[in-house]
Design a protein around this ligand. Structure first.
Ligand code: SF4
Ligand SMILES: [Zn+2]
Ligand SMILES: [Zn+2]
Length: 345
């Protein structure tokens, strides 16, 4: 089958759009979608200048998603003095797993000449995931501990490096699965949080740095696009790859010969997500475009939910953790509580 845009042979067929694309046109379309997301979400504010650049911290795990994100952001902004990229890899202490993906991270950041930092659970919390799984003091899935620790370190180092944004490699499948899980769990507050934490656009800025909510010229209606509530105590997150399906991210990494590490974590334990994943795959197969339509509707609903539940306007109080100073809604943050219970075993 030929590419729909040229005479070359197609390497992929996207059932949701009906397009057949050759290697070149496919790769360019992935890059275009990422760049459009950066633009549409106003990731680069007008106040960023070569003298006052934005620092974007990329959570680089060495898996295909974060590797593709890093590569395309580098290709886009390497010659733009308004953006500085820093990559952060978190080592969880999982024998034989993170070591290999860390190699992929080192190879990539070396090649691209990007500042790369590595932090470990062991150095930070005196905890290794392999031991956490053994001890399991809270009778929880491994990922429930690991997710808390990872989020804590990403936020801590985003702040420490003076990052303006924290970017992660979540793809369309990840986001549509999360959306569906939030729906099925009936968790509207979580949907609101999702919007404010990473889905919503950033408010547009005038060149003087003042936020404006004026809509884009090409907006079809007169309503200003809803922007996310500002979460003063967190470095804001964004997911520039969230329009690209997982398979296409993998194909891009393969075609561009990127050093991505593709094996599953031995402690991976998100049984519910795996079930949703299967459901999504079969829905997508029988009804191409399901992931896109889930996200389109979810984003609108999430914006309304964020208005109702948003934490930016003082509806939820944020304190500093008594132990580590991290932002928390209680006295002690979840990470400190978990570390304490692991060490108590
Ligand atoms: S799969 Fe779970 S345990 Fe493994 S690295 Fe990811 S969050 Fe951690
Ligand atoms: Zn082509
Ligand atoms: Zn704490």
């Amino acid at each position: 089958m030929d590419c729909d845009k040229c005479e070359r042979e197609a390497v992929m067929h996207a059932a949701y759009s009906g397009l057949h694309l050759c290697e070149d046109h496919f790769c360019r379309s992935v890059e275009k979608r990422l760049r459009r997301r950066v633009r549409d979400d106003n990731l680069l504010p007008a106040s960023a200048t070569p003298d006052e650049p934005q620092t974007w911290l990329i959570g680089l795990s060495g898996g295909k998603d974060s590797v593709v994100l890093t590569q395309i952001l580098h290709d886009t902004f390497a010659n733009d003095p308004r953006v500085e990229l820093v990559a952060l890899t978190i080592h969880e202490g999982i024998e034989g797993y993170r070591d290999k993906s860390l190699d992929a991270c080192l190879e990539l950041t070396d090649e691209l000449d990007i500042r790369h930092e590595v932090v470990t659970y062991e150095e930070e919390f005196d905890v290794r995931m392999d031991d956490v799984v053994e001890k399991d003091p809270e009778s929880m899935a491994a990922c429930a501990y690991c997710g808390v620790f990872r989020r804590d370190l990403l936020s801590k180092y985003a702040e420490e490096y003076g990052a303006d944004k924290l970017l992660t490699g979540h793809n369309l499948d990840d986001e549509a699965e999360t959306a569906l899980m939030n729906f099925l769990e009936g968790d509207v507050a979580q949907i609101a949080k999702h919007f404010d934490a990473s889905l919503g656009k950033f408010a547009e800025e005038t060149p003087s740095g003042v936020s404006s909510t004026e809509s884009d010229e090409d907006d079809e209606n007169d309503d200003s696009p809803r922007t996310r509530n500002d979460q003063n105590s967190f470095v804001p997150r964004a997911k520039p790859l969230r329009d690209v399906p997982e398979k296409e991210v993998a194909l891009y990494a393969h075609l561009e010969n990127l050093p991505a590490h593709i094996t599953e974590c031995p402690h991976s334990s998100e049984a519910y997500r795996a079930e949703i994943q299967q459901l999504m795959l079969s829905l997508e197969e029988n009804h191409p475009g399901t992931r896109h339509s889930i996200m389109a509707g979810y984003e609108e609903l999430a914006a309304v939910a964020a208005d109702e539940f948003g934490i930016g306007d003082g509806k939820r109080e944020i304190n500093e953790c008594e132990r580590c100073g991290a932002s928390t809604t209680g006295d002690i943050c979840r990470k400190c509580a978990l570390v304490e219970s692991i060490h108590a075993v």
